[in-house]
Ligand binder design. Structure first.
Ligand code: MGD
Ligand code: MGD
Ligand code: SF4
Ligand code: MO
Length: 692
């Protein structure tokens, strides 16, 4: 393949920007060509997307399987037969000795729908284990749970991005999309140009917050109180949309009572946001004809993330800003296939089509597609952090596909020890990630540009990545890996390596489910700039906008959920007086496994840092760029100070993209949300010292 341009999508975030790729000769294997026709980004890309081909180069990526032939020995190059044989032996041996649930699988929200589907099927059918979960649990699980509870369906955005500029007011809660989805900033700019208003809620005055008409900067971990205070004010100021509440919802009285206990003055004390600002926010939002509340990881990655999102949904329902054109609640999902990755069965409690593993009808349907006895399907397993925490104990062997938990899991030093205590660890990755470096066998897999497959972006739009390049010799696709391992473990059929064939099966498995892909084909996606699920049959146009007539509950009404504020799992005290929150910078992606291998991105974001307020810097006696030691109950990290008045004085921020001394997740608290099992990445208590 040379010279031809192939339209495809970026390998990184949930925007799934359209781009085209053209193969080139020389060490650079491909160049990115603008693809202006794709509506989501109209050609615009961030630096990560533009530089993504750099990771396709030999020398940067893995091109040979690696095996550790002796315990404690080095990883050495090996042939595929040996590597696959060792994995089949490692997983099969543990299963024979300790039972199927002693074998775990850890997937990723970056995997295509086809891979996520095949991985879930592999775990349940070939390994027979219940112990499968994935990194999406760390990402949007709280919003997903709140969506289910209130609307009966979880699709991140119930409307396409193109609706945003036409609404009256947007409240953006804990999203820094100017850095995390730069091309999407356009929708906010257009909103303002159209006279719409923007409110941003973030403890830091981020590049996104700088765009806002109103910026509220709560103390991390207090979003639940803030949202409840807003509902309180909606009631107090007579802004409830009584007719909407009567006609389209249930449960208002109880939710209202919960909110009324949250006086604005009490909320001010908890959050550090003045009552006048709260009032202004309610005025701006309710004064507009229509409005949207969009949340991202800020309020979600908390041990009360599900209730926090629930409170924001209550706010939307009380004001009648849901289930109507240009209004609604939405979650800005994160990973490339953050949406589809949670629909097709790599989640501990799930079967394809967003079906529940505990639902007998769902089990029968999927078992029939898979040609197995429904009784043979295991039940729900542990959530991601609980699975990692069980390694070396109940779970003795693990297959990782598409995640790097050594850098990205909470209390990462503990997770690292757990991984090291396994009888057997296999990792399929495109690079030698920090997690792969601990493995007994590492499989080098093909990348986005070298394989076809679908992803579902944050809007619920199913798009098609097309193979634009031949992969280098020595690598195989994840689907080929699962096909081969299934064969070695006695399942010669049912695991095709061709993505199109897997997608055909996924369509049947999802048919009739909540996330129904039955009417979606590769051909339609190509012709229509993506197709929005649900799309139950070939004549169905797809569903860009949800809930306009009814919500996806039995009686069609949305449910208010009564919630009350509670403190963070770990509060500050004399010993640990400062709040640590964590997140992202524009030039690095996630655990950095891919982007830390790209020169231009490293030049822009060379390493970790501790963002802190000048008053706090003065108190501990550090100047700009000097090393700061940050200590929590779980460990200590050191990184240079970045001093700015844009952060609250009681809070520090660290990005989590780096391993080693500056690893933010050495510090974070693995306290879990009781419903979603989301860890509290956004709040823990720390102590700071100058580390000169
Ligand atoms: N450059 C880049 N882009 C990415 C990614 C990446 O790693 N790098 N990852 C992708 C993925 S998987 C995801 S999930 C998304 C995440 O996208 P975002 O959610 O936008 O990213 P974060 O930086 O984690 O968090 C957003 C904001 O939450 C704020 N915050 C912290 N604590 C709190 C709090 O208690 N309350 C509130 N209201 N806000 C708080 C932080 O200050 C931060 O500015 O980005 C996607 N895009
Ligand atoms: N402190 C803190 N920690 C966080 C967060 C936070 O805000 N703060 N955010 C959390 C969130 S939202 C997320 S999504 C997680 C993400 O955390 P991770 O799961 O660590 O995310 P990535 O770095 O994207 O890891 C993906 C790995 O899979 C590889 N890979 C990419 N594509 C493929 C593929 O197609 N096949 C295979 N086999 N491998 C592939 C990559 O090279 C990389 O090693 O981090 C979480 N951790
Ligand atoms: S915004 Fe996301 S999808 Fe778009 S180019 Fe950047 S990383 Fe890729
Ligand atoms: Mo994420």
């Amino acid at each position: 393949m040379t010279g031809t341009e192939t339209p495809t999508h970026c390998p990184y975030c949930a925007l799934q920007c359209g781009m085209s790729l053209r193969p080139v000769a020389g060490p650079e294997v491909a160049e990115v060509v603008e693809r202006t026709g794709f509506p989501v980004n109209r050609g615009a890309l961030c630096g990560k997307g533009r530089s993504a081909p750099a990771v396709l180069r030999r020398g940067v990526r893995l091109t040979s399987p690696l095996v550790r032939r002796r315990p404690g020995g080095e990883l050495e190059e090996a042939g595929w037969d040996e590597a696959l044989g060792r994995i089949a032996g490692g997983l099969g041996g543990v299963r024979a000795a300790h039972g199927a649930d002693a074998v775990g699988v850890f997937g990723g929200g970056g995997l295509t729908n086809e891979k996520a589907y095949a991985l879930g099927k592999f775990a349940r059918v070939v390994l027979g284990t219940s112990q499968i979960d994935y990194n999406g649990r760390f990402c949007m699980s709280s919003a997903a749970a709140a969506h289910q509870r209130a609307f009966g369906l979880d699709r991140g955005l119930p409307f396409p991005l193109e609706d945003i500029p036409r609404t009256g007011c947007v409240i953006l809660v804990g999203s820094n999309l100017a850095e995390t989805m730069p091309p999407a900033l356009r929708y906010l700019t257009e909103l303002k140009a159209n006279g719409g208003r923007l409110i941003v809620i973030d403890p830091r005055r981020t590049r996104t917050a700088e765009q806002a008409d109103l910026h509220l900067a709560p103390r991390p971990g207090t979003d639940l109180a803030l949202a409840l205070g807003m509902v309180h004010l909606v009631v107090a100021e007579g802004r409830v949309d009584e007719e909407f509440v009567r006609a389209r919802t249930r449960g208002w009285e109880e939710a209202r009572a919960g909110a009324m206990a949250h006086w604005p003055e009490l909320v001010e004390r908890i959050c550090g946001v003045p009552v006048a600002r709260l009032r202004e926010a309610v005025e701006l939002f309710c004064g507009a004809e229509s409005g949207m509340v969009l949340t991202a990881r800020g309020p979600e990655q908390q041990a009360k993330g599900t209730d926090t999102v629930g409170a924001w949904i209550n706010f939307c329902l009380a004001t009648g800003r849901a289930g109507r054109p240009l209004s609604g609640y939405g979650c800005l999902t994160g990973q490339g296939n953050g949406q589809g990755g949670r629909e097709h069965g790599q989640k501990a409690d799930q079967l394809p089509g967003y079906r529940k593993l505990t639902d007998p009808a769902a089990r029968r349907h999927v078992a029939e597609v898979w040609g197995v006895d429904p009784e043979s399907l295991p039940g729900p397993g542990r959530s991601a952090y609980e699975l990692l925490d069980a390694l070396g104990q109940d779970v003795r062997a693990l297959l990782v596909m598409g995640s790097n938990p050594v850098v990205s899991a909470p209390h990462a030093s503990h997770v690292e020890r757990r991984l090291a205590s396994l009888d057997f660890l296999a990792v399929a990755d495109v690079v030698l990630s920090e997690t792969a470096a601990l493995a007994d066998v590492v499989l080098p897999v093909t990348q986005w540009a070298e394989e076809s497959g679908t992803t579902t972006n944050l809007e619920g739009r199913v798009v098609l990545r097309r193979r634009a390049l031949d992969p280098p010799e020595g690598v195989r696709s994840d689907l080929e890996v699962l096909h081969a391992l299934a064969g070695l473990l006695g399942h010669g059929k049912g695991f095709p390596a061709d993505p199109a064939e897997v997608f055909e099966e996924l369509r049947r498995a999802s048919a009739g489910g909540a996330a129904d892909y039955a009417g979606i084909t590769y051909e339609r996606i190509a012709a229509e700039d993506g197709v929005f699920w649900p799309c139950p049959d070939a004549d169905h146009p797809g569903t860009p906008r949800l809930f306009l007539d009814r919500f996806a509950t039995e009686d069609g009404r949305a449910s208010f959920v009564p919630v009350v504020h509670r403190a963070a799992a770990e509060e500050t005290d004399r010993e640990y007086p400062v709040v640590l929150t964590t997140g992202r910078v524009v030039a690095q992606y996630q655990s950095g496994a891919q982007t830390r291998r790209v020169d231009e991105l490293n030049a822009a974001a060379p390493g970790p840092f501790v963002e802190l307020h000048p008053r706090l810097a003065e108190r501990i006696g550090v100047a700009e760029g000097e090393p700061v030691a940050v200590t929590s109950r779980r460990g200590r990290a050191v990184a240079p100070a970045r001093i700015t008045g844009a952060i609250r004085a009681d809070t520090v921020f660290m990005p989590f993209h780096w391993p080693g001394e500056g690893r933010a997740n050495t510090l974070t608290n693995p306290a879990l949300d009781p419903v979603s099992r989301m860890p509290e990445f956004k709040v823990c208590a720390v102590r700071l010292e100058a580390a000169r």
